[in-house]
Design a protein around this ligand. Structure first.
Ligand code: ADP
Ligand code: MG
Length: 253
């Protein structure tokens, strides 16, 4: 999509779990080539919002549009097929397989029903094309030296990048990352920052749920702050940093 074009439009989405309003009519947008951060204290509703956007949970009300088309109500695999890709907070992999195989398998499993069924249906030509795409995406984010390493031997930083490579297969327009910096060392975080900036420069949009304030401040164009299910504020990193309301939400002062 052209720079500045609306990619994700979240309009007054709401999620109630019985009497609890986990997400209270929250609206925000992500434009092409933009990295938007979604932050807030524990229990604020960030993960639930993520799950509403990706179709993992049905919304109680509200609308979600992706590149001008409504996606709320669609199954998560259909949303993924339209070009909205996500990573999960906990890395999913088969530790004895190589990084390349894990990314290829993950790309194939996206939107399909089960591992066994997926593998049985795969013919040689499909397998080769999946491996080619996996290799292309791993190289795109600087993972060429890890292609043939066992995934289980990777440090946390490269594991997270492997997840991102998997989400990049099939060239999504929007990437949703769930706490990609959790458990990373300083140098690994800097490598992640570089990858996110590179992807943005290639025109990808990113929605980032992240606890690491330093990383969020370094890499986002805009930040949406949630508290108790509602949107507390939205602004640039410096606006958010200067906000007394945000400080109060985080520090309880
Ligand atoms: P965050 O990701 O910001 O920490 P969540 O979206 O996980 O917050 O949770 C928001 C609120 O919704 C919390 O009070 C949480 O306990 C509640 N919640 C989340 N998922 C469920 C669920 N499946 N059933 C009931 N309550 C839930
Ligand atoms: Mg969460």
């Amino acid at each position: 999509p052209p720079q500045g074009e609306l990619v994700l439009d979240v309009q007054a989405v709401r999620k109630q779990f019985g009497g609890l309003v986990a997400v209270n009519d929250v609206s925000f947008q992500v434009k092409a080539g933009e990295i938007v951060g979604l932050i807030g204290p524990n229990g604020a509703g960030k993960s639930t919002t993520f799950n509403l956007v990706t179709g993992v949970l049905p919304a109680t009300s509200g609308a979600v549009s992706f590149r001008g088309q409504r996606i709320d109500g669609l199954a998560s695999r259909d949303i993924a097929r339209r070009g909205l890709s996500r990573t999960f907070q906990h890395v999913k992999m088969i530790p004895t397989m190589t990084v390349l195989e894990n990314v290829a398998l993950g790309a194939h499993l996206r939107g399909s029903r089960g591992v066994a069924a997926a593998m049985l249906r795969l013919d040689r030509a499909e397998e080769r094309s999946l491996l080619r795409e996996a290799e292309r995406q791993l190289k795109r984010i600087g993972m060429e030296q890890y292609l043939h390493e066992q995934a289980g031997n990777l440090a946390m930083g490269p594991q997270r990048l492997m997840e991102i490579a998997r989400a990049l297969c099939a060239d999504p327009a929007l990437l949703l990352l769930d706490e990609p910096a959790a458990g990373l060392r300083h140098k690994e975080k800097q490598a992640l920052v570089e990858v996110l900036r590179q992807l943005r420069s290639e025109g990808l949009s990113i929605l980032l749920v992240e606890h690491d304030m330093d990383l969020v401040m370094q890499v986002t164009d805009r930040i949406v702050v949630m508290e108790f299910g509602t949107k507390l504020m939205e602004g640039t990193p410096s606006e958010v940093q200067a906000s007394p309301a945000v400080r109060a939400a985080y520090l309880g002062t």
